[in-house]
Design a binder for this molecule. Structure first.
Ligand code: ADP
Length: 871
């Protein structure tokens, strides 16, 4: 490509680049993928590889960088992680074919064979074993949002619809790595990839789904609304585009009804650190503290359970019964986990196979995994006291006898990850293949015999027959012995002179070599044909194989939960259908684990606390010093509810959990500046969502709400929020606050009670007991905490003087909350406002508009407006 202006290659490149659009184009050149122009600049920066130039375009040098094909996967992985999307342009004919087609200077034809994007990966090396990889498509149909989500690495697909304001929560549950949305749609999520709107059509979506699963109607899979089907259309169109027409593994879609799972919005998930800690990453998250799964598929299923706790009592109890059964039988649990630990990830192997990117090793994994599943079934079948959920899973563990038999006969015990060398079809499977192999085996032996013969004939002991990719087979002798073979009548022809060695050809060697090449080629082709056929069997059985994978994952999750419970002496929760909560000896799994880790350095033990809420005492106001353990207490109760409804044991001595329909967790003024809103604004938006959505069945934890603004504003808002939660939402709620004034709410709110985290001053030092007690906090200990935190003594002393003054002032004026005594009750105040509105409504109703002159109508309008807004 060192030619000026535009070369044919550049023309080809630019056409492919147009097709690739925003994706970085990986352009295959022999053993390298090369990137040009801006793609090269970006890739070189991210990969930290050399940016060079190659030739010119329009008079300027073309920036270029490249990666070797054999190592491309690790480079792809890094680019994907950095948020890039890639297009892979391969050579789609051999250089020889190109020459035959267009003469010696012909350019090899190239085509984009696939796109690599974060949401459409199947490669083992590019995926995280313990995390699902979700691609989602969203769109709107007549006011309803449709969401289609899939994980093509395992084929799971689900459709749902929701109100526009719930889109954020739904996406937060799914945690997609890639989202697509129609071009030009204003409500599209910020990071969504815009795709042609025409793809998001419900009739096309429905037709494609039917076609994909070979059914005349989707009714057998569930009920799907227009919005869901339109999103499915967009999703399938994108997959079709990315896979260049080859559809990945997709199982029949499941319709998700929001009511089946506990609703948690994005802020709640983030603040409870369900799947990721607030600093990012898994360490310090809930799942990190409880995941004891021994398979990647199990860990993925656990993440899903925690993302979408159930609200169906029977389903929760079924899960709990299985965990409990495994909890009570450590021997069985240990055996099962040992077997599961050795299990290959058959779901993902299947994903690769169906996507056309499978290797012989993937087929071997499917074989081994299915065989092992059957052994698990046989082992469990001996038990008579199986819980119902396990019974329901049993059939899915077997039923693959024919397939595993076939694969066992057809494949070698450890098949390779690539097909180009062959050798993965077992001996005895195909007589013709065996014969071909024998021929090439014979020829190989013949070559060994030739070497001995040539040595004897020439008397050169150092003579060797060797092989390389360029020359094929050749005879090599040290340079000092080469003269004899150079003679014309020697029977050898010179091929190449190296430093210290000379290489020759010989007729007999050439013949044997061709025999090897020919039979080898035929053998490879025969293996390829078998491979295709074996793949077809897996593709045909894909739904049953996926079911087996799911069943194994469910057993792993249950055994892992049981293991975790046994480790931490956790309790089997009693889940009931009533708005109550009764936890004794509750702990925060993450904080407890963190404290245990630092035990060496004089660290403390976690102090367990109780929490009892009921319709008569449903709102706990919790005071006490900073660092006293308020946030920890709030979160631990939310996490216990979440864990119980996800179907696992809980970190407590005992727990009765009344079903929760929505869980909310809010922390005052958390730093969310990244989204361009002030922290206080975020706090209020989030609080508004709770007031709008929490029901009598919900559980809400509010941590220092109102902290993000001035003292008066903050106190006033906190006051009003507590009243509203108490009177209107009537949900179970834990409210942590440092506003001592709020304790006066106990006088008016009958289902509210006061609590505090205990602290003691001892010899001038503050001792935080992390222990919850009834009643209001006696003082705030702010200065003691400041001293504990290392604020210089002089500053603390000065603060003490200021505080004394302030407190004197408070004593004289009644303080911050002075004047609140004559505040009307929340309900009365709200009703009064309503009443006023209603009076206006009555006046409007009474108006006979037709009887008014325009002038009178205008006067009336002014009057009404004055009444509505006298100020
Ligand atoms: P607050 O919300 O009152 O400011 P936190 O809940 O953030 O306090 O707790 C502060 C620290 O105290 C935690 O990081 C933890 O190390 C410790 N802590 C909290 N609760 C407990 C507990 N129950 N037992 C032991 N240590 C605790």
């Amino acid at each position: 490509m060192d030619a000026p202006a535009t070369t044919p290659m550049m023309t080809q490149y630019l056409a492919l680049k147009r097709e690739a659009g925003e994706c970085l184009l990986f352009y295959r050149m022999g053993d390298f993928f090369e990137l040009f122009f801006d793609d090269a600049r970006e890739a070189a920066r991210i990969l930290d590889i050399a940016l060079t130039t190659r030739g010119e375009h329009g008079g300027a040098p073309i920036p270029m960088c490249g990666v070797p094909v054999h190592a491309a996967e690790s480079y792809l992985a890094r680019l994907i992680r950095a948020g890039c999307r890639l297009a892979i342009a391969e050579q789609v004919e051999t250089p020889e074919a190109a020459k035959r087609r267009g003469g010696s200077k012909a350019l090899v034809a190239r085509d984009i064979v696939r796109f690599v994007t974060a949401g459409t990966l199947t490669e083992e090396a590019l995926l995280e074993p313990r995390r699902a990889n979700v691609l989602a498509a969203v769109c709107e149909v007549r006011g309803a949002i449709g969401i289609a989500a899939c994980d093509i690495s395992t084929g799971r697909m689900e459709l749902e619809d929701c109100a526009p304001e719930m889109l954020g929560a739904a996406l937060a549950r799914l945690g997609p790595t890639e989202v697509v949305a129609p071009e030009g749609w204003e409500q599209a999520p910020d990071d969504a990839i815009a795709r042609p709107a025409a793809g998001f059509a419900s009739d096309a979506g429905e037709a494609k789904l039917k076609d994909l699963h070979g059914v005349a109607t989707l009714d057998g899979f569930g009920q799907f609304g227009r919005a869901m089907l339109a999103a499915a259309g967009g999703l399938l169109a994108y997959l079709d585009h990315v896979g260049r027409g080859r559809m990945p593994l997709l199982l029949p879609p499941v319709a998700r009804a929001p009511a089946q799972t506990m609703a948690m919005d994005e802020a709640t998930r983030a603040s409870l650190e369900v799947l990721a800690a607030s600093q990012g990453g898994r360490k310090g998250s809930l799942i990190d503290a409880i995941d004891r799964c021994v398979t990647g598929a199990g860990a993925r299923a656990l993440a899903e359970d925690l993302s979408a706790p159930l609200t169906d009592l029977a389903a929760i109890q079924a899960r709990l019964a299985l965990v409990s059964w495994l909890h009570d039988d450590p021997l069985l649990r240990g055996d099962l986990r040992t077997v599961l630990r050795a299990l290959p990830d058959i779901g993902r192997a299947l994903g690769r196979v169906v996507a056309g990117r499978g290797s012989p090793r993937d087929l071997g994994q499917i074989r081994d995994g299915l065989a092992e599943a059957r052994r698990v079934r046989d082992h469990l079948a001996q038990r008579e006291d199986r819980p119902a959920l396990l019974d329901a899973l049993m059939p899915a563990l077997g039923g693959h006898g024919a397939l595993t038999d076939l694969y066992t006969r057809a494949l070698v015990p450890s098949p390779p990850t690539t097909r180009d060398q062959g050798g993965y079809i077992a001996e005895g499977y195909d007589a013709a293949l065996d014969a071909l192999r024998q021929t090439s085996g014979h020829a190989r032996r013949a070559i060994a015999a030739l070497e001995a013969k040539y040595r004897a004939e020439t008397g050169i002991a150092a003579l060797k027959i060797r092989h390389n990719g360029v020359l094929g087979y050749f005879v090599e002798v040290p340079a000092r012995a080469a003269d004899a073979l150079m003679a014309p009548e020697s029977g050898f022809t010179h091929r190449q002179t190296m430093a210290g060695a000379v290489r020759f050809n010989a007729l007999a060697l050439h013949e044997e070599a061709s025999r090897i090449a020919e039979s080898g080629g035929h053998a490879l082709a025969a293996e390829e044909a078998h491979f295709e056929e074996l793949v077809a069997h897996a593709v045909a059985a894909r739904e049953a194989i996926a079911l087996t994978a799911t069943a194994l994952a469910r057993i792993d999750v249950a055994a892992g939960q049981a293991e975790r419970a046994a480790e931490g002496r956790w309790a089997l929760p009693h889940v009931v259908d009533a708005p109550c909560l009764a936890i004794t000896g509750g702990r925060h799994p993450v904080v407890e684990a963190a404290l245990a880790e630092t035990r060496g350095g004089g660290a403390q033990r976690f102090v367990a606390n109780d929490c009892t809420l009921s319709p008569e005492d449903r709102l706990w106001l919790i005071g006490g010093p900073n660092m006293g353990g308020k946030s920890t207490f709030l979160r631990q109760n939310a996490l216990i509810v979440l864990l119980a409804q996800a179907g696992g044991f809980v970190p407590a001595d005992s727990a009765t959990v009344g079903l929760v329909d929505r869980l909310f967790s809010r922390v005052g003024a958390s730093d969310n500046l990244a989204r361009g809103r002030s922290t206080f604004m975020v706090e209020m938006v989030e609080t508004a969502a709770i007031l709008a959505q929490a029901t009598e069945r919900s559980f809400v934890i509010l941590d220092e709400v109102g902290r993000g603004t001035s003292t008066y504003d903050g106190l006033a808002l906190a006051w009003a929020v507590v009243e509203a939660v108490h009177e209107t939402n009537r949900c179970r709620c834990l409210f942590a606050t440092h506003y001592h004034e709020l304790t006066r709410l106990a006088e008016t709110c009958d289902a509210l009670s006061l609590h505090h985290v205990r602290a003691r001053e001892w010899k001038g030092d503050l001792v935080l007991l992390h222990e919850l007690a009834e009643g209001p906090a006696d003082k705030s200990y702010g200065l003691a905490v400041a001293r504990l935190a290392g604020v210089p003594p002089a500053v603390v002393k000065r603060a003490r003087a200021v505080l004394d003054k302030l407190e004197k002032g408070r004593a004289a004026t009644g303080g911050l909350a002075a004047g609140l005594d004559d505040l009307p009750l929340f309900a009365a105040a709200a009703a009064a406002e309503e009443e006023q509105c209603d009076e206006l409504r009555e006046r409007l109703k009474a108006l006979d508009v037709d009887a008014l002159s325009p002038r009178e109508a205008l006067d009336e309008l002014y009057r009404l407006k004055r009444e509505a807004d006298p100020g």
